[in-house]
Every structure is written in structure tokens, then in C-alpha cells.
Design a binder for this molecule. Structure first.
Ligand code: PA5
Length: 445
């Protein structure tokens, strides 16, 4: 269960803001529940944990088993919402060192999330002599980065296994009907999974987009969905006291209104790093428009207390922190006694690292609040598939609410198109000739 501790923001917000925001929250909540707000056609994720396609879910599990049996590696090609959720969940539940661990599941490599020749070449080296499959993920089916990467890895598969076996090793997750990837998949006979029409990329981790790679890594995706379903019931409540998503959305909105323009998501688990990347995309793309929105940043404590900690303590006072606190570790580590006590640490002997960490968390909390940084604390259970399912749904729901509180459409991303148009023009894509000329002049080419 997720619990919000808002006691360390009170001194920064004088108003009884919950009452002041209640009406707006009720409206935002109603828009999410009924799909009648801006971008309402993309609210399929709200009911998803209960209303997902069971037949497809079983196919995902079957495909994951097949990949586990016939492949030592899975190459996952996708960018943005077609990438970050799967990586976040796998790193959080299986470790950032997942590929280095002894295990009976395939290594998972993410690519197509940038344009780096070095990264692509390195991955091809890593796949030498390795049986592999490919999961290419693109809702639109036309995104340049994954499409380019897919050309390379499809070719590699075809050279290694021949076209028929290659086709059996390619899994395409894309739109039900349209897009270049869908057409290619139908023509070549790849197994396909659907990104539902009413779910946008950054809200799609609990669809086949995230579930197939996550299942291949050996995560119990039923538990993930159950956690999300439990949180869906909690988030459906219309009482601020019982709905942590309402509490979070209202608190961060109020902090934004009082001049805190940057939200720093902090966690004390290195394995959470890519969940934070997922969170940044979710909030940055959903809120950052019409010259509004909190800038989402993230830090990994305690490592970043020795770098960004300086800025947080004493830099510009325009930020607040949201700290995710997980329950105790599954593998507690007790500090050993050292008879010589050469390092002077025997006062910690017999204490476990979680205990030391708790003191670090509390010490940091007090120091940062004292330094003028409001802290929202989000407590959740031990890290497992269920609690992560809860957390994912919680963040998605609070994000939808936050967009409506800001009076923006939380489900579009018009700003992402600007770079794409320029890139296509500069690349000489047919249809962009006039823009190409204009840009060339600006670049003095
Ligand atoms: O949230 C979004 O919609 C985007 O970040 C997309 O996920 C990203 O641009 C990738 O798009 P696609 O899945 O169509 O390749």
C-alpha cells in the first residue's frame, strides 16, 4: 500500500490547500474516470488492470516461455514509452546487473532508443554466437530510431537463421491496424501484440509494450497487474483522505503554484534508477506544455548526496523533493564486528544496512527541509512485482490528475514533433524539401 507523508511540506504551503483544490480534483478525477476531458480518447489505461485482453495476456506468457527456451538474449527495440517502462521494471525487480547475473532467463538488451553507431555495433558484438530474438515495439510504427535499429537486427537475424526462422524470432508490438511496422509484420508473418488505440506510449507499460520483455526476464506479470488493480481501486475513491494519488497531485500542484518549479524524484535504491527515467518521461511529456509544468528531475541517494546534494541543500530554492521509500530489503546485510576497529565503525557492528540507510534518509530529510526544500515522502512496501504494479498505477493516475489541474492535455505530446520535422527535412525525407532549404540556410550549409 502507498502512503503519502505530507508533513514536511506544510511549512511551505500556508493555505489549507486540500479544501481549495477539492473541486478541481473532483473534476480532474471525473475526466479520467469518464474519458471526457482533453485527450479523453487516451484514458484506456485507467481501467486496464481489470479490463485487459486475457487472450493476449496468455499469448504474451507463451511467447515469453518460447523466447526463454530458444534464446539466450532478447533484443528489445523501442524508444520513449516503448522502452522506459520495461527497462525500469526489469532493473528494479531483477537488478541493473540483470544481464551479468547467473540465471535461466535470457539477457535483455535495449536498443533503438537513440542514434548511436557505437551502441549498435557493441550490441552486435555481444550477440555473436548467441541465440537471440527481437521484440520491436512502436505504437506508431514509424518512429525513426527504432525503425533504423530494427533494420539492422532483422538483417542480423535473417543472416543467422534464414528468413523463416528469423520471422519466428521477431515479435512486433504495435498498433492493431495501422503503421509501417504493422504492415511489415503482417507481410512477414511476425507474431504481433497490440498497443491499444486508447493508451498512449508513456501510459503503456502494463500492455504488451512492457509485459513481454518483463515476462521474458522472469517477472510474475500477474502480480504486476494485481498490484495495479489494487491501486486502481484505491485511486477510484473520491475522498482526499483515502486517495494517495489525489494527495500527491494536489501537493505537487500547490508547490508549483508557490514557485517550486522543479520536482526531484529521489530513491535510496540504485535499482530504481530507470523507474525514475520512466517517471520523468511520464510527467515531463504529460505536463510540460503551453509554457507550464514542473520540470521532473531525479537523483539516486545516497550516491547523489555526494554530488547533487550540494545543490539541493544550498542552490536556487525552486525545487522540492518526492522521496520514494521502500520497505526493508529482502536480503538484509549486517555490518560485521572487527576486533581491531581500525576504521572506527564498531558502533555500527550488528546493525543492518537498512537501519543505517533509514538514519541517512531521516538526516537528509531534516537537512533538506531546513535548507528550504519541501519533501513529499511516498512510502511503499518491499520491492516486488505487486508493489511495483501499485506504484506504476499510482504515478499514472496522479499524472493524469496533475495534467488536468494544470489545465493541459496530459495525453498528447505536440512538442516532440518539432525535432522530428527538422530531422526528416535534414535527412532529405520526401515531402520536406521546402523546410530542408530553410533549415540549410539557418545552418549556413
Ligand atoms: O509517450 C509517447 O507517446 C512517446 O514517448 C512514445 O512512446 C515514443 O515517441 C515512441 O513512439 P512509438 O511507440 O510510436 O514509436
Amino acid at each position: 500500500m502507498i502512503q503519502m507523508d505530507l508533513s514536511h511540506i506544510r511549512q511551505f504551503i500556508p493555505l489549507p490547500y486540500e479544501e481549495a483544490r477539492a473541486a478541481q480534483l473532483r473534476l480532474a478525477h471525473s475526466h479520467l474516470q469518464h474519458g471526457d476531458g482533453a485527450g479523453g480518447e487516451f484514458t484506456g489505461w485507467v481501467q486496464l488492470p481489470r479490463q485487459y485482453d486475457r487472450e493476449e495476456f496468455a499469448r504474451i506468457q507463451a511467447a515469453a516461455r518460447k523466447i526463454q527456451q530458444d534464446s539466450q538474449a532478447l533484443v528489445v527495440i523501442g524508444i520513449g514509452g516503448s522502452y522506459l517502462g520495461a527497462r525500469g521494471v526489469i532493473e528494479c525487480l531483477c537488478s541493473p546487473n540483470y544481464n551479468l547475473k547467473k540465471k535461466d532467463t535470457p539477457n535483455i538488451y535495449f536498443t533503438g532508443n537513440g542514434l548511436s553507431s557505437d551502441q549498435m555495433a557493441e550490441l552486435m558484438d555481444l550477440l555473436e554466437g548467441v541465440d537471440f530474438s527481437v521484440n520491436v515495439i512502436s505504437k506508431s510504427g514509424t518512429t525513426t530510431e527504432p525503425a533504423v535499429a530494427f533494420r539492422f537486427f532483422r538483417k542480423l537475424l535473417e543472416e543467422r537463421y534464414g528468413p523463416e526462422e528469423a520471422a519466428r524470432r521477431i515479435y512486433a508490438t504495435t498498433d492493431r491496424r495501422k503503421g509501417a511496422l504493422k504492415a511489415l509484420a503482417d507481410q512477414a508473418g511476425y507474431e504481433t501484440f497490440v498497443v491499444p488505440d486508447d493508451i498512449g506510449g508513456r501510459y503503456s507499460v502494463l500492455t504488451a509494450v512492457g509485459l513481454l520483455p518483463i515476462a521474458v526476464a522472469g517477472v510474475d506479470i500477474c502480480q504486476l497487474m494485481e498490484g495495479a488493480e489494487t491501486m486502481m481501486e484505491v485511486c477510484a475513491k473520491t475522498d482526499m483522505a483515502e486517495n494517495p494519488a489525489w494527495q500527491y497531485a494536489a501537493a505537487r500542484y500547490e508547490l508549483y503554484r508557490t514557485g517550486k518549479k522543479i520536482e526531484v524524484l529521489a530513491a535510496y535504491e540504485p535499482s530504481f534508477r530507470f523507474m525514475a527515467e520512466w517517471w520523468k518521461q511520464l510527467y515531463g511529456e504529460s505536463e510540460g506544455k503551453e509554457h507550464k509544468g514542473l520540470f521532473p528531475a531525479s537523483v539516486e541517494f545516497t550516491a547523489d548526496l555526494h554530488s547533487m546534494g550540494q545543490y539541493i541543500q544550498q542552490g536556487e530554492r525552486s525545487l522540492f523533493e518526492t522521496v520514494v521509500r521502500f520497505g526493508a530489503s529482502h536480503r538484509p546485510q549486517v555490518v560485521p564486528l572487527d576486533e581491531t576497529d581500525g576504521d572506527g565503525l564498531n558502533f555500527l557492528a550488528g546493525k543492518d544496512v537498512d537501519f543505517i540507510r533509514t538514519q541517512a534518509m531521516d538526516g537528509t530529510l531534516l537537512a533538506h527541509v531546513e535548507g528550504g526544500v519541501p519533501n513529499i515522502i511516498l512510502r511503499t512496501g518491499q520491492i516486488n512485482a505487486f508493489t511495483l504494479g501499485e506504484l506504476i498505477y499510482f504515478f499514472e493516475y496522479a499524472c493524469g490528475l496533475s495534467g488536468y489541474l494544470l489545465d493541459v492535455n496530459p495525453f498528447d505530446q505536440p512538442g516532440v514533433e518539432a525535432y522530428k520535422k527538422n530531422m526528416f527535412a535534414l535527412l532529405g525525407k520526401p515531402g520536406y524539401e521546402a523546410l530542408r532549404q530553410e533549415l540549410a540556410e539557418k545552418l549556413h550549409r
